[in-house]
Design a protein around this ligand. Structure first.
Ligand code: DX5
Ligand code: ZN
Length: 234
């Protein structure tokens, strides 16, 4: 059995990318009693071929959300554009290593603004070159689809990378959270959890279901059942 002592617990972060953008406040409220975070996908039509939302909407959401905001920035030049999301009230701000010029300086800037700093890797980006940066961040996000769109199928090919990353974190006695994002639903969350993820983003599974809150609870139950004994928080 893989050691699991450093894992704080299973966390669920519904992605509003699949929510109704005309009533975002209500969509966030629908999961507020059961989720841990609200995942906000910022896309700039440069780093990814899609355009979503930006700072003004994050500022508005931060004012009304009962849950902390987990901002996932799929944007070019996060060195310049990420810190304002922390200033806007996001409690976690994740940038892509493929886009960051100086990830250490950026992570330190985010932390100095009282946000958790997240470092994201696309499916084909190996984790090993970034191991030395782990003490500088609070979360490692391993994408389980190509970033850019919701509703894509989970990439099982990423599972060995999740396993390797969990082992690296265990070996380093690290408290860094390991987030997965893309294709997470009732059919896939157990294998992502078993591989070592502890923070789960789910967009279409939650917001395309008839009962988003019930889906969050189902996802949490399935993740817990895949790694009994991990969840000490709930
Ligand atoms: C994709 C985004 C995801 C997206 C996930 O680039 O980063 O957060 O919302 O959507 P699902 O859960 O539908 O794959
Ligand atoms: Zn995301």
């Amino acid at each position: 059995m893989r050691p699991t002592l450093r894992r704080v617990g299973i966390q669920i972060s519904p992605s509003i990318l699949s929510a109704d953008f005309s009533r975002l406040g209500d969509e966030v409220a629908a999961v507020s009693a059961v989720a841990d975070w609200v995942h906000v996908d910022v896309m700039d039509n440069h780093f990814v071929p899609n355009l979503t939302l930006g700072l003004p909407i994050v500022e508005s959401l931060a004012r009304v959300s009962a849950l902390p905001l987990d901002c996932h920035l799929m944007i070019d030049d996060p060195d310049r554009w990420a810190p304002p999301y922390a200033e806007a009230g996001a409690q976690s701000v994740t940038f892509h290593v493929e886009a960051a010029a100086d990830p250490v300086r950026l992570a330190r800037a985010l932390r100095s603004l009282s946000a958790r700093a997240g470092m994201a890797l696309k499916p084909a980006t190996p984790v090993e070159p970034y191991v030395g940066l782990l003490p500088e961040v609070d979360m490692l996000l391993l994408m389980t689809v190509e970033p850019g769109f919701g509703g894509q199928p989970f990439l099982d090919v990423v599972l060995p990378k999740i396993r390797a990353a969990r082992q690296l974190l265990v070996d380093a006695d690290s408290q860094v959270w390991l987030q997965v994002d893309g294709g997470i639903g009732p059919e896939t969350i157990e294998r992502a959890a078993e591989a070592g993820a502890d923070v789960f983003v789910a967009g279409s599974a939650v917001y395309r279901s008839d009962d988003p809150a019930a889906m969050v609870e189902l996802l949490r139950a399935k993740a817990r059942s895949a790694v009994p004994g991990v969840d000490v928080r709930h």
